[in-house]
Design a binder for this molecule. Structure first.
Ligand code: NAD
Length: 364
């Protein structure tokens, strides 16, 4: 088993990565002082529930926990205020109190939604992340929790750190291939923003990672989590450095919004967005190899690197302008300086973005 710590003073917490951890969930909760006297709420979705919910509840009950469950429909649409209200209703009806904890059993969608419930229920109760997707190596660490507004993603949210992240890599074996690939998008991002050697390692281990080789997968997740933890430890609430984690996200979030939060998976949209950022950098004079290498790595994982022609440029621009990174007619972007290094640029014009969107469509 691999253990990492997100260093945040009194809010520090461990990330446990390994095999067979779900079977030990009860003892991990006890170790982290989650009370058996108050009910727990396990939030999951209807793809994950038939696979892992009974087993999780059984383990918890075996340890003396009283468990309430809330199963939401799978997919990004669950990150909405109406589903948030449904989960809150389950928490209230289940009698959760201030000593209760919310457990997110699932991917980034369940994690963000359940985390926002934990952050707001009775002004904040304990939260535990049990990630079941590759992408969630990113979303389960760092405490950003949120639901979407139809106009823009993650607009309604909070910072609420979990008390622990319990990452059972066995659960990843049941992931559909499209979600496997999409999950690697954020892992590659961690290499692209921070560590060229890790980006190269991802590229050279693509076959083994795509076939879910347990050892390489655990190593990749640990490295990805370590990058995220290092960044978050230095800037918990995104006053500066943490923004580098948004590489590809400004265009990516707009792509998700115009696709109605259904056409593109988050990781797919971020993949196209990272190509967009590379093109913006190249258009501003950076070496073209940044773009070609980024594309090569993402394509090795079967990730999309072009925008389908049917996506309307102006609609995309308008979605992008609802994004929180927009200030005084100029847009803040994370741009690559080299593979493994990025900078935050705050004077990107709409014309530059428009031109890159057209370039992304030409690639299709
Ligand atoms: P997801 O949660 O929708 O999971 C992807 C799909 O896989 C879903 O259909 C789900 O039901 C299914 N699934 C999950 N685990 C499974 C398993 N073990 N076996 C079989 N099927 C399984 O999506 P995701 O890609 O994990 O997360 C994307 C979300 O994460 C987006 O909403 C994004 O905004 C968010 N995110 C948040 C942060 C953050 O810091 N909070 C960071 C990155 C991404």
């Amino acid at each position: 088993m691999r253990t990492l710590t997100v260093e945040l003073g009194e809010r520090s917490y461990p990330i446990y990565i390994g095999s067979g951890l779900l079977e030990q969930i009860g003892s991990y909760l006890e170790r982290h002082s989650v009370s058996t006297k108050s009910p727990l709420l396990v939030v999951t979705d209807d793809h994950i529930a038939p696979l892992y919910l009974d087993k999780t509840v059984e383990q918890l009950e075996h340890h003396g926990y009283r468990v309430v469950t809330s199963v939401v429909a799978a997919g990004e649409k669950a990150k909405s205020l109406s589903v948030f209200e449904d989960v809150m209703t389950a928490a209230i009806q289940g009698g959760l109190d201030r000593k209760s904890a919310v457990l997110a059993l699932g991917g980034g969608v369940v994690g963000d939604l359940a985390g926002f419930v934990a952050a707001t229920y009775m002004r904040g109760i304990k939260f535990v992340q049990i990630p079941t997707t590759i992408l969630a190596h990113d979303s389960s660490v760092g405490g950003k929790v949120a639901v979407n507004h139809p106009l823009a993603k993650n607009m309604i949210g909070a910072f609420h750190q979990p008390v622990m992240v319990l990452y059972d890599v066995d659960t990843l074996q049941t992931l559909p291939m499209r979600d496997v690939k999409a999950g690697y998008s954020e892992m590659i991002k961690h290499g692209l923003i921070w560590d060229e050697a890790f980006a190269d390692w991802c590229y050279s281990h693509a076959d083994s990672l795509l076939s879910l080789n347990r050892e390489d997968l655990a190593y990749g997740l640990e490295k990805g989590c370590a990058v995220k933890a290092a960044v978050v430890s230095q800037d918990e609430q995104e006053n500066g450095l943490r923004a580098i984690l948004n590489l590809g996200h400004t265009i990516g979030h707009a792509i998700e919004a115009v696709g109605g939060y259904g056409e593109f998976l988050h990781g797919e949209a971020i993949s196209i967005g990272m190509i967009g950022s590379a093109l913006l950098a190249v258009n501003r004079g950076r070496e073209r190899s940044i773009y070609t290498r980024t594309k090569e790595i993402l394509e090795r994982f079967g990730l999309p690197t072009a925008l389908p022609k049917h996506v309307d440029t102006e609609q995309l621009i308008s979605a992008l302008l609802h994004d929180k990174k927009f200030k005084e007619n100029l847009i803040v972007f994370v741009l690559p300086v080299a593979i493994g290094k990025v900078e935050i640029v705050s004077d990107i014009t709409l014309d530059e973005v428009r031109s890159v969107i057209e370039q992304l469509k030409e690639e299709a």
